[in-house]
Design a protein around this ligand. Structure first.
Ligand code: PMP
Length: 280
């Protein structure tokens, strides 16, 4: 497999990373995961825009968007993977460990491609989730490498035999540890507004476009853990999980404990977009 680190494409087993890369010491960088279906990128522009935006939010201003596109395009071409995902991270650079930014360093890019199957079983059968307090920082709109709270809270789900942890701040549901969260209440689709409390998921935005196209009423507004538990339907979204129903939260059944009608319609619409139908 061909991967990329700090200016060079190499075979996986020939890549060595610099231990002074600030990604190691501080998680000082940002990243993206882009999906490839049938050898073609899905929503590449949106992911590249968000990468540049995230970088800019942490003071990396000199990131070359066309260079980033070139790297992921090369990886997609050179690795013979039809259904995959490309991970790309940008760290602030290389320098002796010191909190303050090194004076003369430039961003260091690491990128590779993995084979990734669609989560077809989970998309049909649904998953279970637990709830937990959201104690992350207040810049969750930045797709930061610093994911300590996210990994700790995902681990809590795994240990409870569940699949995802749905986070809340003082009873307001924000998002999952690596997903956005939607509920259906009185037939209306609801998800947290795209502010600093959540990562504005590309899949989240795709789902909202599908809702628009299919005349499914939706609102971007906050909802509580109580509303989550009492929702008709709950689902999570992400690049790799797509639109996955949540049928159980904290051991309690959501709705009828099956994939709901609205979730199903949104999955259908999302599928059409993957296959390049109904694009807006
Ligand atoms: N929220 C968080 C915290 C995430 O890590 C992710 C996935 N990276 C998402 C939401 C979903 O974003 P996307 O649909 O762009 O993958």
């Amino acid at each position: 497999k061909i991967s990329y680190y700090n200016g060079q494409f190499k075979n996986d087993d020939e890549i060595t990373v610099d231990y002074n890369d600030r990604a190691f010491y501080f998680g000082d960088g940002v990243y993206e995961v882009v999906r490839v279906y049938n050898n073609e990128f899905f929503t590449l522009d949106e992911h590249m825009d968000r990468l540049i935006r995230s970088a800019s939010e942490i003071g990396i201003e000199d990131l070359d968007r066309s260079k980033m596109v070139e790297i992921v395009t090369q990886l997609n071409k050179q690795n013979n993977i039809s259904d995959g995902s490309i991970y790309i991270q940008v760290s602030r650079g290389i320098g002796k460990r010191n909190h303050a930014y090194p004076l003369d360093t430039k961003p260091v890019v690491l990128a590779y491609m993995n084979e990734t199957a669609r989560p077809t079983d989970q998309m049909e059968e649904g998953i279970s989730a637990i709830t937990a307090e959201d104690y992350r920082w207040l810049k969750c709109h930045v797709k930061s490498l610093n994911l300590l709270a996210n990994v700790m809270e995902k681990e809590r789900a795994v240990r409870a035999g569940a699949h995802e942890t749905i986070l809340n701040r003082q009873g307001i549901v924000t998002e999952g540890s690596s997903t956005n969260v939607f509920i259906v209440k009185d037939g209306v689709l609801i998800t947290h507004p795209a502010d600093n409390m959540i990562l504005n998921g590309i899949t989240r935005l795709e789902v909202l476009k599908v809702a628009e196209l299919r005349n499914i009423a939706y609102e971007e507004k906050t909802f509580t853990v109580k509303e989550l538990m009492e929702a008709e339907e709950v689902f999570i979204t992400s690049t790799t999980q797509e639109v996955t129903p949540v049928i159980e939260v904290d051991g309690e059944m959501i709705g009828k404990g099956l994939k709901g009608k609205v979730t199903n319609a949104l999955q259908e619409g999302f599928n059409e977009r993957i296959h390049k139908l109904n694009l807006v």
